[in-house]
Design a protein around this ligand. Structure first.
Ligand SMILES: [Zn+2]
Length: 132
């Protein structure tokens, strides 16, 4: 008949099964970006990098943004994309395996542009279509 003592012993045995020197949390992190591993499923885009790109483009007088869009980004502190715009990846994420996408998902590879422009660039013969 299982005693309390036996149950306690079994519980202690289970705890000592964890591998020495590593925690479950380490194994779940991407070695490149230190976020949760993203080699399967839907790649989670970095909100922090998108925010950097939005704030940079809102402050750039040469970017393709209306005065309204710039104000929107300033007001929302880069947390939201202005209506009618998208943040594109200049070298598209789909060109690399999911496990490597965080290397392209950085502000330096992003550009805020009108949705219409972004769509046109991805169509056959758009510059992002042929380049990749
Ligand atoms: Zn990563």
């Amino acid at each position: 008949m299982p005693s309390k003592k036996l149950a306690a012993q079994q519980s202690a045995n289970q705890k000592s099964n964890a591998p020495v020197g590593s925690t479950a949390a380490d194994c779940d992190l991407c070695p490149k970006c230190k976020r949760k591993k993203h080699d399967t499923g839907r790649y989670p885009r970095s909100a922090a990098e998108r925010k950097k790109a939005l704030l940079r483009d809102a402050a750039d007088p040469n970017s393709d943004l209306s005065a309204n869009a710039r104000n929107f980004i300033r007001k929302t502190k880069g947390d939201n994309v202005p209506p009618g715009y998208q943040v594109s990846h200049e070298e598209p994420l789909y060109t690399v395996p999911k496990s490597d996408r965080c290397e392209l998902d950085v502000a330096d590879n992003m550009k805020t542009q009108p949705t219409r422009t972004h769509r046109a660039r991805h169509k056959r013969c758009g510059d992002q279509y042929h380049a990749f």
